[in-house]
Design a protein around this ligand. Sequence first.
Ligand code: PLP
Length: 275
Amino acid sequence: MNPNDVTEINLRLGWPNPRVLPIKLLQEASQLALSKPEAYTRDSLLEYGTDDGFKSLRDKIAAWLTTFYLPSQPITTERICISGGASQNLACVLDTFTDPAVTQYIWMIAPTYFCACRVFDDAGFAGRLRTVPEDSEGMDICFLCEQLKIAEDTRPVSTVATKTRRPWNKTYRHVIYLVPTFANPSGRIMSARRREELVRVARKHDASIVSDDVYDMLGWYYSASENEGIRKTCQPRPVDVDRYLDGGPSDYFGNAISNGSFSKIIGPGLRTVAD
Ligand SMILES: Cc1ncc(COP(=O)(O)O)c(C=O)c1O
């Protein structure tokens, strides 16, 4: 083997080999998008656009996610928000849905995606990250439920919020962070039964489930004859479970958020995410 052909693989970080990045396809796609007459209008993809992101992109992502996740109801454009990647969006989610004066703890399986912990610290939760064990079906929901009850019995809910209430925000008492499909680092897939239990526990204890769904599309068929990537999800996302379970959410916000990303399916430099 020619020593120049050897590519060093750093197993500490999930950096893809540059040779697998779809550079040509992205070149063609940008050229096509920028050559359309819409590129020169007020709704152009190069304009500021609305707060939730470029409408045409949100429409297409909503339709695409509906075909992949097959939820009971189609995913609507209003549910999609474009941001700069799953990690950055975690910070936005915490900014919008937590207040360190009111939100008590962040619950998670340990170890987990390491960058998330720094985001939690930076959002004011240093020293308030709590671990939950996992087994072959995923997060141990009985343990989580017991601990949430103990936490609430030891500290009454605080009413001294430090954040201004806006129509688009809400403060939850707890955050449950997890990677339910192809978990980082265990690779486990949380069972459907556990996902439903998780949503019920979150509703009962005023928690927001922040579900890092960035790996959902990276599965393969097990049969040797089928060599394509999976075309539909292996389990419903907690956010979709929250839409159907026991009649759906009790308010506009519900108890689950999905953090998606193009980092794992196109390239990490494409800082765009859909929730
Ligand atoms: C669980 C998990 N979430 C998010 C990310 C990064 O996503 P993004 O590049 O969109 O910030 C990673 C990358 O390793 C990850 O493992």
